[in-house]
Design a protein around this ligand. Structure first.
Ligand SMILES: [Zn+2]
Length: 163
């Protein structure tokens, strides 16, 4: 296990196991989905991750085109869109407040929100132990999720969503 410090977090990670498990993941979520907003994300991918984040992902053993999930949230202004998504890796959070926090309750269910750190003007991220859509190769391992929110240019020639 290797130690990594990033923003407010201290992380322990198993880079080799993560890399090995990703060799069994064929593509990232946007390619798997294939809808127009997802195809836009994939087409803009090489310009949306800050260099620091690409380096972080690499030291965790995560190929940066293997998102577990990507979702379009809204159009910020013409040709600029809000997206969210996440990645998984083998490891644990040693220090730093979890990036998921309960922000309320509806009936009996807690409502969760994010408490992310800004990496650049257009990219925020954080580490959480609340895990979603974990792919089969990762099951049974200690997993951390990297949650992110990004502003992404619209680069496709297809019409962009209006909201
Ligand atoms: Zn999609």
């Amino acid at each position: 296990m290797k130690h990594i410090m990033f923003a407010r977090w201290e992380i322990e990670c198993d880079q080799e196991t993560t890399r090995d498990l990703f060799s069994r993941v064929q593509s990232g979520a946007p390619e798997t989905c294939g809808c127009i907003p997802c195809r836009n994300f994939a087409a803009a991918r090489e310009q949306l991750y800050p260099v620091d984040v690409i380096q972080l992902l690499d030291s965790l053993g995560i190929p940066h085109d293997r998102e577990a999930e990507v979702y379009h949230t809204h159009r910020i202004r013409p040709r600029r869109h809000g997206y969210g998504g996440w990645f998984h890796f083998v490891g644990r959070i040693v220090g730093g407040l979890d990036a998921c926090k309960q922000i309320g309750t509806t009936k009996d269910a807690p409502v969760w929100g994010f408490d992310l750190e800004k990496v650049s003007a257009e990219f925020k991220m954080g580490f959480t132990q609340r895990i979603g859509l974990l792919k089969e190769p990762f099951q049974g391992h200690p997993i951390v999720q990297i949650e992110f929110q990004a502003t992404v240019p619209w680069v496709l020639t297809e019409e962009e969503p209006e909201s």
